[in-house]
Ligand binder design. Sequence first.
Ligand SMILES: NC(=O)C1=CN([C@@H]2O[C@H](COP(=O)(O)OP(=O)(O)OC[C@H]3O[C@@H](n4cnc5c(N)ncnc54)[C@H](OP(=O)(O)O)[C@@H]3O)[C@@H](O)[C@H]2O)C=CC1
Ligand SMILES: O=C(O)[C@@H]1CCC=N1
Length: 290
Amino acid sequence: MSDSLTSSLGGITLSFYGAGSMAEAILRGLIETRLTTPKNISVLNRQNTDRLLQLEQQYGVVPAATEGLRHEALASADIIILGMKPKDSANAILAMKPFIRPEQLIVSAIAGLSIATIQQLLGNKQPIVRTMPNTSSTIGLGATGISFSNSVTAGQREMTLAIFGAIGMTAVVEEPLIEAVNGVSGSGPAYVYYLMEAMINAGVQLGLSPDAAKELTVQTVRGAAEMVSATGENPGDLRRKVTSPNGTTQAAIETLDQFAFQEAVNKAILRCAERAREMGEAIRAEAVNA
Ligand SMILES: NC(=O)C1=CN([C@@H]2O[C@H](COP(=O)(O)OP(=O)(O)OC[C@H]3O[C@@H](n4cnc5c(N)ncnc54)[C@H](OP(=O)(O)O)[C@@H]3O)[C@@H](O)[C@H]2O)C=CC1
Ligand SMILES: O=C(O)[C@@H]1CCC=N1
């Protein structure tokens, strides 16, 4: 990767087509890590002008709130980032088709939507990057799975890795594995938050104040993740070090096992990946009939 790209995207312009939570997580990360300046980022959505103005006020990005500005932003951007819900994606891609140029890079963050479906909707071999990021990109701790279409140039790959590398770690995977990334890390923050909700509630039930229960839980999750990362040890080995024979942790883990905790997490992640494939298939069917 060249030095200029690791430090800055220079004058490269990005258009966030779909300006919801995921778009905000990425653009905020890019701005806070100073990979680019807000003036190189435009934001577009379907109807919610207030949302675009809020993003302008908060981050200094450029709102494209009228039809004319939307078309101009799409036509002029070096990179268009697709951030609408899967159900809205086929219509949105068809609507942008008249304005885009064959060399523009399209980066999709849309669950399930395949490179082939995007190319089918656009009717060409447009360079496409399919990603599966997560909302921790907001604070530079994202995890993003990335797949490239064959038409993506080496320079465009480098730009993509610079963008997602600036807001967290990246894993380049073959496209069929993007659903696995969705299951593990795309949706993953929600499972961890769910676990944290349960830990906090139990702490309160045992008499801790809500604040104390929350702070202890947050530090525990942060410390556990950091331990795996810093020591290089397997989570299983670290778990065994916490678990004294016949002690308190063993009693807790046995209870989790009674409720098939590991199996529940496993089934949840497999179902998540399956759901991504189902959603992708629904968009593919829409594209075939478009
Ligand atoms: N949230 C997450 O944790 C993750 C989400 N993703 C993916 O990111 C995508 C967006 O999710 P999220 O940010 O949560 O969704 P949000 O509902 O927060 O945002 C969706 C945005 O898309 C806009 N939009 C809808 N239709 C169109 C259209 N036809 N043209 C232009 N803009 C449109 C909406 O505008 P308006 O309000 O005006 O309708 C809104 O700004 C999804 O496809 C999801 O699969 C991927 C990884 C993680
Ligand atoms: O729930 C969803 O469909 C999106 C994709 C990954 C995280 N959120």
